[in-house]
Design a protein around this ligand. Sequence first.
Ligand code: BDP
Length: 327
Amino acid sequence: MKKLMSLLAAFILCAGLAQAANYRLSEVHAEGYPTALADREFARLVEERTNGRIKIEVYTGGTLYGEETGAIEALQVGDLAFTRVSASPVASYVPNINAVQMPYLYKSGEHMWDALNGPIGQGLLADIEKSGSGLVGLCYYDAGSRCFYTTKPVNKVADMRGLKIRMQNNAMMVRMVSLLGGTGVTGIGPNEVYSAIQTGTVDGAENNWPTYQNMGDYEVAKYYILDHHTRVPEILLMSKVVKDEMSAEDFAIIQQCAKDTQEFEIKAWADKEKSSEEIVRKAGTQVIELTPEAFAEFQKAMEPLYDEFGKDFMETIQAIQKVGEKY
Ligand code: BDP
């Protein structure tokens, strides 16, 4: 009996010691956007599976960090626990991540998911922590494909000449625009693109249908050019400092919750991609279908990026291409 009592006491003590914690998650998109919905689902699952011990407060609309690089740097020093970002700026800290977003890499969304959810993509996700970046990759989300949008019609590569295009904070993406004859401009958060176009700071940007629509950019840059240059997945990141402070059991719960939100986001993404395209088309936006020749021209112009930026992880790129052979 005495033994039982002390066991019980030890159990109560342990349970009491299991850390309660409140964390913050930063998101640039507004409430209701697929990634914002997934962030909330992630927070809900974590709270549920830790019996309310771990709470994650989700800050949407870029209210905490309007620039994803700001959020990433806050994770590195442990000022922020989680952020959902695009893979694009992550490559500035973990260059191998560019392997998942090379131009014209995938034949389709299916091809991308096959690669990301297989050993290559999961290996790259693990590399984020292994690289010593201070970041931990939890899961990927869908973000469709990205196209340029401008204030002037673009029907061929030559029409990009001289255009200033807002790009994500990633040297490869900036170089992409110079290969097309324009200038890539960084340092503009996604929520600031609208006014940057309106004031003429830039002549356009590039993004998927949902961001183009949700941020309202289609109202100021009325040409959406279907060049589909990249598929850039989203990544849910965690701070390594925060990970190291928690028990392995709690981290395992967090990692599983993140993985369990992927399908949820992919579904929300599919719906939003469709409705955003509808809204944009109805608004009278000029959606430019490139001729096969012009499309090939865009593809050719971006080819040097493979040598210039992909050299150190060419095997990974080739492995991703190989996954696509069956599609
Ligand atoms: C959107 C991504 C978001 C990026 C944004 C951008 O969902 O994470 O911040 O593009 O272009 O598609 O900065």
